[in-house]
Design a binder for this molecule. Structure first.
Ligand SMILES: [Zn+2]
Length: 257
């Protein structure tokens, strides 16, 4: 009797250890990060298949410097017909949103969550490219591609496509805007300015954004002596920055920067 029970317990433990990796794997595959990665891989493969010629260049996970840190492009396809900046969204459920709206929504399993309008997110990417490379904004096309089993609750805004729509959108541009030399020069410029997509760079970017926010907050705090606004100044000898009262020299209120 006791032996049976023991055997049963061992059986349970065995099943548990067999199931655990499967459960963890399913959890991992359903995580947002993994979905993002899988979605990006699908897009990369589809684009490579269609645009693999000598005059086509594809960058994926392109981290570019901006004035206030960095910005990450999922994909940048460069072909003679233009620069295509592609933002990938791997999402299920019903998606709703308009071109001008700040936030879009995803309805899934009776729950609704909002996320940043990806067209706005991608606008920063096209602007960065325009500023870094001097390419006209009319020659840069912003595209948001939705992969995964989803549908739109509102009409899909322009420049928002599925995987097939992405390919046909690019193929529909017939006019050649760039010579092979121009493309080569742009590729060289990107290779020179791009940041390594390393853990360190991503962490540095996050720290940088936080530092800006903290500095802004300190500036908004008034002078501890008279309540006037503070200005960022530099110590005369040590050259160390500090917040000084805007009423200086009448007031000598100061705070560390
Ligand atoms: Zn003061």
């Amino acid at each position: 009797m006791a032996a049976d029970l023991l055997q049963f317990a061992f059986g349970l433990i065995k099943v548990f250890w067999l199931l655990l990796p499967a459960v963890l794997l399913v959890k991992l595959l359903r995580s947002r990060r993994c979905k993002g990665w899988l979605g990006e891989r699908r897009v990369r493969r589809a684009v490579r298949r269609q645009f693999g010629g000598a005059d086509c260049r594809l960058f994926s996970n392109l981290l570019l410097p901006t004035k206030d840190g960095s910005t990450q492009l999922d994909h940048l396809l460069i072909v003679p017909q233009g620069f295509f900046v592609i933002e990938t969204k791997n999402m299920r459920g019903k998606i709703s949103g308009g071109r001008q709206e700040r936030d879009w929504t995803q309805e899934i399993g009776g729950q609704t969550r909002s996320f940043q309008n990806p067209l706005r997110q991608n606008y920063k990417h096209t602007k960065t490219l325009h500023e870094l490379l001097g390419i006209s904004e009319q020659q840069i096309f912003s595209l948001v591609v939705f992969v995964g089993s989803n549908s739109f609750g509102t009409p899909m805004p322009d420049n928002v496509v599925d995987l097939d729509g992405l390919i046909s959108f690019i193929k529909a541009r017939k006019k050649r805007l760039f010579s092979p030399e121009r493309i080569e020069a742009a590729v060289k410029a990107i290779q020179a300015v791009r940041l390594q997509d390393s853990f360190r760079n991503r962490r540095r970017h996050v720290q940088h954004v936080r530092a800006i926010a903290a500095a802004k907050q300190r500036q908004q705090q008034p002078c501890p002596l008279c309540g006037a606004e503070m200005r960022l100044r530099e110590a005369r000898q040590s050259r160390r920055p500090f917040w000084g009262c805007s009423k200086f020299p009448q007031c000598r209120g100061a705070r560390d920067a």
